[in-house]
Design a protein around this ligand. Structure first.
Ligand code: PRP
Length: 216
């Protein structure tokens, strides 16, 4: 039997994914060691490999088949626009993609003014403003701490993830428009789904049963 390889977005999503897998008897003890610098872990009995990567790289590994399966946020899937099969909503990592800024920017959004939008998600921001709102904007790509942009005058608004809203609140910003709901998703390589149909479908079936039970 060949190994089935999983690419997990390192951090909270990977931890939550592994605790869900554990409920199905899929374990990987070595991964639980928080101090480890290892990036790849093997379960020899089940012929499974897990590796941790930066979230934005998960769709790339899966599209090219370096991983059969990926677990990553819907935000990253939308942003990367890779050719993948999205198999299921894992039901955790729930948050929203929003346009945020100071209250004073609300008017500029409504009047369709030419504004600057800073984001870690330029493709999502572009799609929203150009294809849904038909508003011309200047999109400025940032790599983190995006909330800074409207505060220091780099942009009027940002497009970013809001989970608890505490980052916005702490910086005097607010949600101006909601773009979409987000959560963690399982994605599969298109060839892997054909080659490993039975194993992958069984895993998805078991996970769906488990997440439904956990939520009822
Ligand atoms: C994300 C996001 C917001 C924050 C939202 O950032 O970009 O900044 O979390 O969460 P909250 O609504 O619960 O406050 P992340 O922690 O990934 O850091 P980064 O901005 O440096 O990428």
């Amino acid at each position: 039997m060949r190994y089935l390889t999983f690419a997990l977005a390192k951090g909270r999503l990977a931890k939550k994914t592994m605790s869900l897998f554990e409920e199905l008897g899929i374990t990987c003890e070595a991964m639980k060691d928080d101090k480890t610098r290892k990036l790849i872990f093997v379960n020899e009995d089940l012929k499974l490999k897990f590796f941790l990567s930066k979230a934005s790289d998960v769709p790339t590994y899966v599209e090219y088949g370096a991983a059969d399966i990926g677990v990553v946020g819907e935000d990253t899937i939308l942003e990367e626009g890779r050719a993948l099969y999205e198999m299921m909503d894992l039901g955790f990592g729930k948050c929203k993609m929003c346009v945020c800024g100071p209250e004073s920017a609300r008017e500029k959004l409504q009047h369709g003014e030419q504004i600057r939008v800073a984001s870690k998600y330029p493709a999502i921001a572009k799609d929203y403003f150009y294809n849904k709102k038909f508003q011309t904007v200047e999109i400025i790509k940032l790599n983190g701490s995006v909330e800074l942009a409207p505060i220091v005058g780099l942009s009027e608004v940002i497009v970013d993830i809001v989970e608890t809203g505490s980052t916005l609140k702490a910086n005097g910003l607010t949600v101006l428009e909601e773009i979409c709901d987000l959560s963690a998703r399982m994605v599969v390589n298109q060839v892997s789904l054909k080659m490993e149909q039975d194993r992958i479908r069984k895993l998805v079936y078991d996970l769906k049963k488990l997440t439904q039970r956990n939520h009822s």
